[in-house]
Design a protein around this ligand. Sequence first.
Ligand code: IDP
Ligand code: MG
Length: 148
Amino acid sequence: MEQTFIMIKPDGVQRGFIGEIISRFEKKGFSLKGLKLVKVDRPFAEKHYADLSAKPFFNGLVEYIISDPVVAMVWEGKNVVATGRKIIGATNPAESAPGTIRGDLAVEVGRNVIHGSDSVESARKEIALWFPEGIISWQSSLNQWIYE
Ligand code: IDP
Ligand code: MG
């Protein structure tokens, strides 16, 4: 089954959206496979966002991510990478549809509350980076009511 890496950014934690965000993924029918509150250091944040190192906003982005704790999660389910991105909404909250997390809870691109892997390959890399200890293997007893 497909897995994705989801991170509630420091603004999402500070604004009290941990429960709200977890609830949206749970209600959809996805399964939580990894969860921790962590404050990451600069080298770690730079590694997570390495693909964006040439962008003008890179330094501000790293400062934002290391400023306070984040919630790191692994969610599992059919098409969870692409569907997770839809639940999250467009990168810039000004363009995120109402009903999406960023569309409902954020205003600016530099404070957009949540990260989600953009492909199955980046999910694999991000899960390995954020959960080197591995994740717990369990199956939801509701799967028979979510999958046919
Ligand atoms: P994504 O989070 O929707 O995948 P990316 O392009 O991967 O978007 O960018 C990573 C993060 O960098 C965004 O979520 C946002 O916090 C920040 N970011 C992206 N573009 C800008 C920008 O133009 N100004 C400031 N921050 C940005
Ligand atoms: Mg991205």
